[in-house]
Design a protein around this ligand. Structure first.
Ligand code: ZN
Ligand code: ZN
Ligand code: ZN
Length: 421
């Protein structure tokens, strides 16, 4: 081992022009046993960058990213483009520019990206996600061949307060109905978020913007809502509620009965209410309940902070290959799906080619499936698909667990403000 003794003597300086006298400082003596770790820590302490750890749910992928400290918090966009929605299953994707490459946790070496699956989503852009738990982690832009740059998926960051800040919506035009920008309207300070039709500084779209022709068309039984992931390996459709849709029994989700504060007997739904069908006590319901989730597991398996789910009976999810209901638990599983067990008895289903989150389900509730709303075909029905989905306006599921607490609170306020009395 090498013993380093560094002596810094700061001499007195006289700045006559400003008539300021700086007193001589005491010598600063830096004396430590040299080791690579000390070396790295010394450099990090002196660095103009702030380092934040990032990880996916299964922790196969852990790394850290650098942000220029003087630019914190980093302003960023929420992207509503078709590729972002269909490759994530979310209504918006939240990527943040980082400095340089993502780094190893315990050294300054760039990470080896070979533990991640790559999905080439554009001529110069690649998305990286975890092959085990499906979390999106990085977005790479190689428009300049010799100087690629990276963004990190904000949901994978260990800390976001004071680090990143949602600033505006982009590519809202792709949604046809404004998508999530109608629910998340302001930033943490209450300032309205701009809604750009395309990239930043393009034309902005007003609240309530909607180009769909059939918004007012009454629902009919022979309609189907198509859904697909970005690479189209996963496709299915949703039918209108029918007699079989009310057969399952299911406990209430946290969206309707916050688990933190609700007595278990109420969560158990002993009255057997068919809460997923909307309007809930209608003789002939035509829609399904939908809502946003901010839980840790949704965040770390998707890589993004807002997971939007629709609650659909399995009987109403149609497999295009068989023409019958989607199967999830045997040999006839919907083609292309990969499963991740996020905790015992809880299953997440995703596309192993593009990384889209597709379904969540649970052994005690096998016939009501959470469906990623980002996958729905926006062309005729819009990204929020309001002719099919009844959005819950009173609460974001597991908002108490949210990492980006202020963003989730802004989302909840926006939802409440858009509720029709
Ligand atoms: Zn993982
Ligand atoms: Zn996008
Ligand atoms: Zn896919």
């Amino acid at each position: 081992m090498i013993s380093l003794e560094l002596h810094y003597f700061l001499s007195s300086t006289r700045l006559d022009a400003y008539k300021v006298v700086v007193q001589p400082s005491l010598p600063f003596i830096f004396n430590t046993q040299y080791s690579p770790t000390h070396h790295t820590e010394f450099h990090r302490a002196m660095s103009p960058y702030t380092y934040i750890n990032a990880s996916c749910h299964c922790e196969l992928n852990t790394f850290r990213v650098a942000f220029p400290t003087e630019s914190l918090p980093i302003s960023s966009d929420l992207c509503h483009c078709d590729t972002c929605r269909h490759s994530s299953g979310q209504l918006v994707v939240y990527h943040v520019n980082i400095h340089g490459r993502p780094l190893e946790l315990h050294s300054d070496d760039p990470i080896d990206l070979s533990d991640m699956t790559q999905y080439k989503s554009g001529p110069h852009t690649t998305r990286y996600f975890c092959p085990i738990c499906s979390a999106h982690l990085l977005w790479e832009n190689k428009e300049k061949e010799d100087a690629p740059y990276y963004c990190v998926a904000a949901g994978s960051l260990e800390r976001v307060d004071g680090i990143v800040n949602v600033d505006y919506h982009i590519f809202v035009e792709d949604t046809k109905d404004g998508g999530l920008s109608e629910h998340l309207k302001t930033d943490a300070e209450g300032k309205e978020l701009a809604r750009y039709a395309k990239a930043k500084d393009s034309e902005t779209l007003p609240l309530g913007w909607n180009v769909l022709e059939q918004t007012a068309k009454p629902p009919s039984d022979d309609e189907k809502l198509h859904a697909y992931c970005a690479c189209k390996a996963i496709q299915f459709s949703i039918t209108r509620p029918n007699e079989d849709s009310s057969l399952p029994y299911a406990a209430y989700p946290d969206l309707l009965k916050p688990y933190d504060v609700t007595h278990l007997s109420k969560v158990h739904n002993s009255d057997n209410e068919k809460w997923w069908l909307r309007p809930v006590h209608a003789e002939k319901p035509t829609k399904y309940l939908a809502g946003h989730c901010a839980c840790r597991s949704c965040r770390l398996t998707s890589g993004f902070p807002i997971q939007s789910w629709a609650f659909v009976p399995r009987t109403n999810l149609i497999d295009p290959h068989t023409g019958t209901s989607v199967e999830l638990d045997d040999g006839n599983r919907l083609k292309g799906l990969k499963q991740y067990i996020s905790s015992p008895g809880r299953y997440r289903e995703f596309c192993p080619t593009c990384g889209a989150t597709v379904f969540w389900w649970n052994v005690s509730r096998p016939d009501i499936i959470d469906v990623s709303v980002g996958l729905v075909d926006q062309e005729k029905e819009g990204a929020r698909a309001e002719r099919w989905l009844d959005w819950h306006k009173e609460r974001v599921s597991f908002e108490e667990m949210a990492l980006a607490r202020q963003t989730i609170q802004a989302l909840e306020e926006g939802l409440k403000a858009s509720a029709t009395p």
